[in-house]
Design a protein around this ligand. Sequence first.
Ligand SMILES: [Fe+2]
Ligand SMILES: [Fe+2]
Length: 169
Amino acid sequence: MADARVDLVKEVAQVGEDIIHSDRFDKAKRVPHHSKSGNIACHSLETATYALGITRWLSSHGVHIDENDVVRASLLHDIGMTEDDVFLSPSRKKAYSHPKEGSRIAAEEFGANSVQLDAIKRHMWPIGIVTPRYATGWVVVAADKLCSMKEVRREAAKKVRDYARKRHS
Ligand SMILES: [Fe+2]
Ligand SMILES: [Fe+2]
């Protein structure tokens, strides 16, 4: 099981090599996400790994989705957060603006195609009311939510541990 996950991570790294080694992704490493220790780059890599796993599972059930699109859209879905004015805006505004800004960056800097752009623009569903147009977008939505829940749960568990440690010291 662990080996299968390592293989998925390697495949994500191959498909998204240009993204992962870009200055933009370097910046994403410095943008916090869901916790003090988390960042947009880690979140995006994990989302892409989940998304590739979901895509493989769907394929084994007869639903075939382009893996390149899934991985690249997942790696770029939150890239809009690397724009300073987006990151510094109030959280409600940020939730609406980063998909739009992210799709602009994905098109200009990484040549994202229309399927990838749709997935990036609509990945915040149901906060954003417009649903993805393609199956690719639905996979990104599912992977992003799974990954976010895991990160929030990890952060909450850490806070509980820190609180307990303080009380007993
Ligand atoms: Fe997002
Ligand atoms: Fe995300």
